[in-house]
Design a protein around this ligand. Structure first.
Ligand code: GTP
Length: 397
């Protein structure tokens, strides 16, 4: 999902908006997965808070009420605390795909037990309380971590459970109507809260993804950024050193007389050429997205496994030929067409060297290609004893 081509998808979705709380199918799947991953800690905290609230209710009731501990309501609250704590544990160990179903069943079961106990109290002459239900509805909206649609279904099921069971036990209609009205209002308030929270979460998700892609990929060419390539190369060489049967090549590609191309045909054409060459290099390397990067300006860099120097030379000359055969005009260049110079460094199996030294030697190969007349490939073998030097006219890596 995290690739330069998806940057446009995220941007378009952000521009288009998502008032109905739905992204395009690809982004929707990514968002739901991200939401599932992130919300576990949040839901667990919500469950813990519920347990703390219920404990506080018991303490307040016992301290400021009649002092009786073994009342039905206190026993119910004790059971609620235990089931909430159990649920906290269970949602952490079940597979992610089960989590929503479990949370939904938990709230509906909770509403069922809450209503049944309330009715028992009312039938034995007490007053049927609906405050517990309001608490449960708000708790579901604030802490369940459910997205709006499943959340609305759950709170609708909770209110229906309350009204349905109350009707079944023929509780006084006027009182029930009054309580149902309050429950519906609480559910509506909760749903608005969930809508606003989910909208903000979706917005954050799009922006976060875009920032992450922006930090890792170059916007113009769609190739990896220099920083992403640095990280990738370090990891890549470490792994390559483990399988010491394969040679690796570090490749620098630089457009010849690019300044003249910009000056004579304009920056937009320059950009187009850069993108084209980036695509062609990407196809030649055909590896991970981070294996080809924009090194800076008109220089592109890549790393790839190779069987032999002959194979590498053939592949790079093939790339150079393909660019020649585009016959794109570069009026400022001596031959009048777009060409590139390529410098490559062959790294022997298990040859360990500082990346800085590898970059400098690759740069030296590119410099030799430029000095040799441009539009050519120069391949060098990596040398651990290579004398660190800054070549005249080239920047140091
Ligand atoms: N269109 C475009 N030009 C860029 C971009 N980044 C850097 N450049 C230009 O690339 C040119 C690089 O020129 P130089 O590296 O000096 O050399 P060159 O003209 O390519 O000549 P040689 O490399 O010596 O063959 C400069 O004119 C930069 O302005 C970019 O993103 N788009």
């Amino acid at each position: 999902m995290n690739s330069p081509t998806t940057l446009g998808l995220f941007r378009r979705q952000l521009d288009k908006g998502f008032r109905s709380l739905r992204f395009t199918p690809t982004l929707e799947v990514a968002f739901v997965n991200d939401h599932q991953r992130r919300r576990l800690a949040f839901t667990r905290t919500g469950m813990l808070l519920a347990a703390v609230f219920y404990t506080a209710f018991i303490i307040i009731n016992v301290s400021f009420g009649d002092g009786a501990i073994w009342t039905p309501i206190a026993i119910f609250r004790g059971c609620a605390i235990l089931s909430v704590l159990l649920m906290m544990h269970v949602i952490s160990i079940v597979p992610e795909s089960w989590r929503d179903g479990l949370i939904i069943s938990f709230y509906i079961a909770f509403a069922l037990v809450l209503t049944t106990i309330d009715i028992q109290v009312a039938k034995s002459g007490g007053v049927q309380h609906y405050e517990g239900m309001i608490f449960a509805i708000f708790h579901c909206c604030l802490f369940s971590g459910l997205l709006l649609r499943p959340c609305i279904s759950v709170i609708a099921a909770m209110v229906s459970t309350y009204v349905g069971i109350s009707l079944l036990f023929e509780l006084p209609g006027d009182r029930l109507g009054f309580q149902a009205l309050f429950l519906v209002l609480a559910a509506m308030m909760g749903a608005v809260g969930v809508y606003l929270t989910e909208h903000r979460e979706r917005d954050n998700f799009l922006r976060r993804q875009m920032m992450s892609i922006g930090a890792n990929f170059d916007e113009l060419t769609g190739l990896a950024s220099r920083a992403a390539f640095d990280r990738y190369l370090r990891q890549y060489l470490r792994q390559a050193a483990l399988h010491d049967s394969e040679m690796e090549a570090l490749i620098l590609v630089d457009i010849d007389h690019f300044k003249q191309l910009n000056d004579t045909r304009g920056h937009d054409t320059g950009d187009k050429c850069l993108r084209l060459i980036a695509d062609m290099l990407g196809s030649t390397i055909n590896g991970d997205p981070e294996a080809v990067a924009r090194w800076g300006g008109d220089e592109l860099i890549a790393v790839m496994p190779v069987d032999s120097a002959v194979q590498l030379e053939a592949e790079l000359n093939d790339l150079r030929d393909q660019i020649n055969h585009l016959h794109m005009s570069n009026p400022g260049a001596p031959r009048g067409i777009l060409t590139v110079s390529i410098g490559a460094l062959l790294i022997q199996p298990a040859q360990r060297m500082e990346e800085k030294l590898l970059f400098r030697q690759t740069d030296a190969a590119l410099y030799a290609a430029k000095e040799g007349g441009r539009d050519q490939v120069v391949i060098r073998h990596a040398e651990a004893s290579w004398n660190i030097q800054t070549l005249p006219g080239r920047r140091s890596a």
